[in-house]
Unconditional design. Structure first.
Length: 303
């Protein structure tokens, strides 16, 4: 009896020590997560249910609980509804374009470009790690009335507009900057997925008479569905939260034509509307969760 209990007690003691060591290693992350994520998130949720303003921070007792009034005001605000539409345009145009360019470059690097492949990978990925502020300044100059783009158009006899001051042209420029910054990420992920496809699958297909197009359609694309799902979700989350590009290029202008929901939240916070900005941030969180769930529902069964 004693001989059977002692090993059991030793196992429990050993497991307890392992659990204590695991919690010891986890503690720093848990503290950082609580201080910088969990507690601010709960606080922001509480703020979104009040009429908190910047001037109330010195007098917290003057803050009133308003329930869902901030959320109702958001969806009655034409500016917020316009910004949701702007954000939807960012996603609807930016995600497919970024994925298409990233996939085409990954396909070229995987099968077409043999020499200096590492150099091309570095060049194509460089926009991802380039300082966005410096890039935005260059793009601002390039797309002004006398900038590089219009100078190039002048060589072929075309008079270019002032792109960033035109409500109809500013959005394509902002989206183009977002695509330029992110196609490298899509390329790297697609390239990793392509390199995971066994070569013997293509060899067997070639022996059966399948050409490049049929191999791409019936082998490459189906086997890349898990990678496609991951890239689609990551890019969608990025474009739903897009902030840097419209803020640095146009600050949401002209006439609010490039203002995103994230930029709206920033402007509300800057004007002291802390309750409204918190509510807008949680609406954005719900949009991200909803779109991500829809993407997983549509693409996950096929993977």
């Amino acid at each position: 009896m004693t001989s059977t209990l002692v090993p059991g007690a030793r196992r429990r003691a050993r497991n307890s020590r392992r659990t204590a060591v695991a919690w010891l290693f986890l503690a720093p992350f848990a503290v950082v997560f609580l201080l910088y994520t969990a507690i601010p998130t709960v606080a922001a949720l509480g703020f979104s249910l009040t009429d908190l303003r910047g001037s109330d921070l010195r007098h917290p007792l003057a803050v009133d609980f308003t329930g869902l009034d901030n959320y109702l005001r958001l969806f009655q605000d034409p500016t917020f509804l316009r910004d949701i539409l702007n954000t939807a345009v960012f996603v609807a145009v930016g995600v497919p374009l970024t994925m298409a360019i990233g996939f085409a470059l990954a396909l070229a690097l995987n099968s077409g470009i043999r020499r200096m492949r590492g150099v091309f990978r570095t060049v194509f990925f460089a926009p991802v790690v380039t300082n966005v502020v410096a890039v935005a300044l260059i793009w601002q100059y390039a797309f002004t009335a006398g900038g590089t783009v219009n100078t190039a158009l002048g060589y072929v006899g075309l008079a270019g507009p002032n792109w960033l001051d035109d409500p109809h042209l500013a959005m394509p420029v902002v989206i183009l900057l977002g695509v330029w910054r992110n196609f490298g990420t899509a390329m790297v992920l697609f390239l990793a997925g392509l390199q995971a496809v066994p070569e013997d699958v293509y060899e067997a297909a070639a022996l059966d008479g399948a050409g490049r197009w049929r191999q791409l359609r019936h082998i490459t694309l189906p086997l890349l569905l898990p990678t496609t799902l991951m890239v689609s979700v990551l890019l969608t989350v990025f474009y739903l939260q897009v902030f840097d590009e419209p803020y640095l290029l146009t600050d949401g202008g002209p006439l609010g034509s490039t203002e995103s929901v994230s930029l709206y939240t920033y402007h509300q916070f800057g004007s002291g509307q802390l309750g409204m900005s918190s509510a807008a941030s949680f609406v954005m969180l719900l949009l991200v969760l909803l779109v991500s769930v829809v993407q997983f529902r549509l693409l996950r069964p096929r993977t």
